[in-house]
Design a protein around this ligand. Structure first.
Ligand SMILES: NC(=O)c1ccc[n+]([C@@H]2O[C@H](COP(=O)([O-])OP(=O)(O)OC[C@H]3O[C@@H](n4cnc5c(N)ncnc54)[C@H](OP(=O)(O)O)[C@@H]3O)[C@@H](O)[C@H]2O)c1
Length: 213
């Protein structure tokens, strides 16, 4: 599948690109800095300049021709509204304007009930909450929202827990496991219009996805 990765040079973004390539997908990796193009050298990866500060039309032109979008960007600094909310929503509008149906959003576990979390990153959760709301209620996209708990750079165990609630088996999830799950979701079109909380766990990824209802 042709997949555009937003935030492709982030810590999770690099995992996603690597796993998509391993799965045989064609990846367009959106990055802000020209010197970071080519971090992963492979015929299946094309790096392009991409910035969430761009207007929707420029974003749409850049992502056109892909079949799926994975949003893995995060604001650096307190730009939750500009990047995590407005930037994400612009990619959703641009996806629809470019006839791209599949959209995978990396959100956050606190986003489902942002008023009830005691999270010091409360504004981040609120930005993710409203990005989710737009995706669920203002688009016709074929979406999956993945809500991770705290991310680590541990080696991926290949075993996770998916849940409808905010309850998790583990206080963390590895970025490598996230990369695997997002890649698997590209190949599970039956999982659509769903929001999943994810942590490291005891269930193999494929089994967890098949069991999620
Ligand atoms: N960290 C956590 O514990 C945690 C918890 C829950 C959810 N999440 C979510 O999980 C995802 C991955 O997180 P991470 O910690 O792996 O990410 P990360 O390493 O911080 O990478 C974030 C990426 O976003 C890119 N970015 C920032 N502003 C941008 C802009 N204006 N236009 C385009 N790209 C931009 C950055 O680009 P540059 O490389 O150019 O700086 C970077 O590559 C994010 O969506 C995050 O919100 C994270």
């Amino acid at each position: 599948m042709k997949v555009f990765v937003v935030g492709a040079n982030g810590q999770t973004g690099r995992q996603i690109v690597a796993k998509l390539v391993a799965a045989g997908d064609q990846v367009t990796a959106g990055v802000r800095k020209p010197e970071e193009q080519g971090v992963i050298q492979d015929d299946q990866v094309k790096y392009v300049l991409f910035d969430l500060e761009w207007p929707v039309a420029q974003i749409a032109k850049t992502i056109a021709g892909n079949e799926a979008i994975i949003f893995a960007a995060a604001s650096t600094g307190p730009h939750f509204i500009r990047i995590d909310l407005n930037g994400a929503v612009k990619t959703m509008i641009a996806a629809e304007n470019s006839q791209i149906k599949r959209y995978l959003l990396l959100s956050a576990v606190g986003a489902s009930q942002p008023d009830q979390t005691a999270n010091p990153y409360e504004d981040f959760d609120l930005a993710k909450y409203y990005a989710e709301q737009w995706l669920m209620h203002r688009t016709q996209l074929d979406y999956v929202i993945l809500r991770p708990i705290y991310l680590t750079n541990d080696a991926g165990s290949g075993q996770i827990t998916l849940s409808h609630s905010d309850t998790t088996d583990s206080p963390q999830v590895s970025r490598e496991n996230l990369g695997r799950v997002l890649t698997a979701l590209i190949h599970h079109p039956e999982l659509s219009q769903q929001a999943m909380t994810i942590s490291d766990g005891q269930t193999p990824i494929e089994t967890a996805l098949k069991q999620f209802k």
